[in-house]
Design a protein around this ligand. Structure first.
Ligand code: ATR
Length: 273
């Protein structure tokens, strides 16, 4: 029987996931389909039951359901449990639903695809105290990045993540701006750029030349933060790779194959230019 997958969210029309996964199915000759499903919060439980009943092999979960879907799943993988958020569901062979979170590892895969794995000993500054930042912090630690500092407008949220992570320290945005030349890797994981206000969370005047600066936002590809970083001599990494790799890791959980990420990044880059 043909396998099928989906992404559930509200809103969902702008999601690039269906195009990405369907194109991977074609490339790899997999007889499967991937659909966007608009699910409003009040219908989440019913939607999960329907997906199960109708035989979906798995699905992605996006805003605003990443946390609220958890009570409707049977099992959680370690990372999803720690994060309290799920972006990928797998229907196991016994029919049980297992939740995973591939956002943070998607970010690190993307970073290392672009700059290699030789930078794990560098000091990392992670900007943001929300779910995205938490996921990236956990994944960085898993991949062997030991020196992690988190800064956030609300420092208490950065402190909570540091406490849960068991490494690093939390500092204010002002302290981060002042001590920027300490860091070899800087990651912008706030939603500041997402809400089209495009205010820069910190000033990059003190950036060291050759520092790696990454943003989780991919539309636009060149955020004001990355533009500023480039002007200051940084190696920049945009957010598109994170999106593609979180999807590729989900794909691997479903079908046990890692699809071609670099050609997908090229293709989506053309569209977003
Ligand atoms: P996500 O799940 O995408 O991480 P979130 O949980 O809403 O989203 O977190 C948003 C993050 O962006 C937070 O770190 C937030 O800072 P606060 O914790 O102080 O609210 C940060 N953020 C949003 N707008 C910002 C802005 N204009 N300047 C600085 N930080 C901002």
């Amino acid at each position: 029987m043909k396998k099928w997958f989906a992404v559930i969210g509200d809103p969902i029309v702008h999601s690039k996931s269906p195009e990405m996964h369907n194109s991977w199915f074609q490339e790899l000759n997999i007889d499967a389909a991937y659909l966007p499903l608009h699910v409003i919060p009040e219908q989440l439980e019913q939607a999960v039951k329907s997906l199960k009943l109708l035989g979906a092999s798995g699905w992605n979960v996006t805003i605003p359901h990443k946390e609220t879907i958890i009570p409707f799943l049977d099992e959680l993988d370690e990372t999803a449990k720690k994060m309290g958020a799920v972006n990928t569901v797998v229907r196991l062979s016994d029919g049980k639903l297992k939740g995973y979170n591939t956002d943070g590892s998607g970010f690190v895969h993307s970073l290392e695809e672009q700059v290699g794995t030789d930078h794990r000993d560098k000091k990392v500054l992670l900007i943001g105290g929300g779910g995205a930042s938490r996921g990236i912090a956990f994944a960085l630690k898993q991949f062997g990045y030991q020196d992690i500092t988190i800064t956030n407008r609300t420092v208490a949220k950065a402190q909570t993540i540091i406490y849960e992570l068991g490494v690093g320290r939390a500092i204010s945005l002002e302290e981060a701006t002042e001590s920027l030349n300490d860091f070899g890797i800087i990651i912008q994981a706030t939603s500041a750029g997402l809400k089209s206000d495009f205010s820069l969370p910190i000033s990059l005047d003190k950036l060291i030349t050759g520092a790696i600066v990454a943003d989780i936002v991919y539309n636009p590809l060149m955020t004001p933060f990355l533009e500023d970083a480039k002007k200051n001599g940084a190696v920049i990494v945009n957010g598109l790779g994170m999106f593609v790799h979180q999807g590729a890791i989900a794909f691997k959980y479903w079908l046990d194959e890692y699809p071609n990420t670099s050609s997908m990044i090229k293709k989506l880059t053309e569209q977003l230019k």
